[in-house]
Design a protein. Structure first.
Length: 426
């Protein structure tokens, strides 16, 4: 049993720091709410418009403010007390939830208002995310950062499953008004948790928020190629080998099962992320964290390519459009990809936290969230276009193999990431 416990997620950060526990709980509740609204608004837009194109524009409405405020918000995080930034952003998210509930109950909601509110939520989350990550290293000793980041990825993976499932269940059971009301209550609970944190002013000299501050953060990143590589390998993974955009066609034409298959495949990746977090106990002992990132991202690409192979040999929908046998190995490969992404994320966050001065944490964490959130959107456009030329199976195979080859190739050309040793970092 002791050996098994050694592989389970390390809860020491939660026991060691009550402040980190509050941050983890508040952040988890907030992320559940954000994922809840993302799914609920997509369903609501389709309910009001009957248009898949209108639903697609929801993602665009969310992406633009997330990118803009992810970068600018990082400079805000570095200029002000981070507790105040966390609480202010969470107040904004709570007000968005309350507005969704009130407008829906009053039957005053429209597609345009939904776009505006989801854009506001996305922008606020672009500030909240960097602020949350920028304080972890202040609440825990360095040796507990990998374990803390594993707990964060576990929370994110769980929220990706809980938020959408809760949204669908509540909308079916009670309608949109009640669903948004419950989400607003969850946001209030997250707000109460974050208000209990101590003051967290930036250490050292702080710079006024603005474009100059953002450019200073980007200059710091350019001057540190090893740190920059942690961003580059994630961009390669998300742009070349993020297969979500292929799932609807695969569910309709290759595997069958339609929307249910899409849900299972998405859930498989989220489940893999959760399992990766649950069995992350040994990650805190890994010294060659850069090498672990390269291996994890290379495996992500290989799992995506193998997923394409399964799709290629799938016999098509069964009787009545039912899913065929290929659904289960395909889901298992998505779960394996999700677990690989967890390992990569844990060490990318750790290297960023350790290698960045406190005065620049917010700006670099802002870049982090832009890469994590924006990469999949670019990847969807690229793989979607490739699938239009080659088919879904070939697009997954080509993207996955290209991801693996480029990650290994760039790591060999810029060996700082492969050589990174957490015990030698000052």
């Amino acid at each position: 049993m002791a050996g098994v416990r050694g592989f389970l997620v390390d809860l020491t950060p939660l026991r060691k720091s009550r402040d980190y526990l509050r941050l983890w709980l508040g952040g988890g509740l907030s992320t559940v709410g954000v994922n809840f609204v993302t799914v609920a608004v997509s369903l609501h837009v389709y309910h009001l418009s009957g248009s898949t194109v209108a639903v697609g524009l929801t993602g665009l409405a969310a992406l633009i403010p997330l990118v803009a405020l992810g970068l600018y918000g990082g400079s805000i995080v570095d200029a002000y007390d981070r507790r105040r930034v966390l609480v202010t952003a969470q107040v904004g998210l709570t007000l968005v939830g309350a507005a969704l509930a009130a407008l829906t109950v009053a039957d005053r909601v429209s597609v345009g208002l939904l776009y505006g509110l989801v854009a506001a939520q996305s922008g606020l989350h672009g500030v909240l995310g960097p602020a949350r990550r920028a304080v972890i290293h202040r609440l825990l000793p360095r040796d507990l950062l990998p374990s803390a980041n594993a707990l964060s990825t576990l929370s994110m993976g769980a929220s990706l499953a809980i938020g959408p499932l809760a949204a669908g269940a509540l909308i079916d059971a009670a309608g949109y008004g009640w669903a948004y009301s419950v989400e607003a209550v969850v946001m209030v609970a997250g707000l109460v948790t974050l208000t209990t944190l101590p003051p967290l002013p930036p250490e050292g000299e702080s710079r006024r928020a603005g474009l100059g501050s953002v450019l200073e953060g980007l200059a710091y990143l350019r001057a540190r190629p090893t740190l920059g590589m942690t961003f580059l390998v994630d961009i390669l993974a998300m742009v070349l080998a993020f297969p979500h955009v292929l799932f609807p066609a695969i569910g309709a034409l290759a595997i069958g099962g339609g929307a249910a298959t899409v849900g299972i495949l998405v859930g498989g990746m989220a489940t893999g992320a959760v399992l990766g977090g649950l069995f992350s106990g040994g990650l805190g002992q890994v010294r060659r964290q850069g090498r672990a990132i390269v291996v994890a991202v290379a495996l992500w690409g290989l799992f995506t390519a193998l997923f394409g192979v399964i799709v290629a040999v799938a016999p098509g929908p069964g009787p009545g459009g039912a899913a065929n046998w290929a659904l289960w190995p395909a889901t298992a490969l998505m779960a394996a990809a999700g677990a690989s992404d967890t390992v990569s994320a844990v060490f990318r966050m750790t290297i960023l936290q350790v290698g960045t001065p406190d005065a620049l944490q917010g700006r670099l964490q802002g870049v982090f969230i832009v890469v994590v959130a924006g990469g999949p959107h670019l990847g969807s456009a690229l793989l979607g276009a490739l699938a239009g030329q080659t088919g879904e199976a070939a697009a997954s195979i080509i993207g996955g193999l290209l991801c693996t080859a480029l990650v290994i190739g760039t790591a060999l050309l810029q060996r700082g990431l492969l050589a990174y040793d957490s015990m030698r970092v000052q």
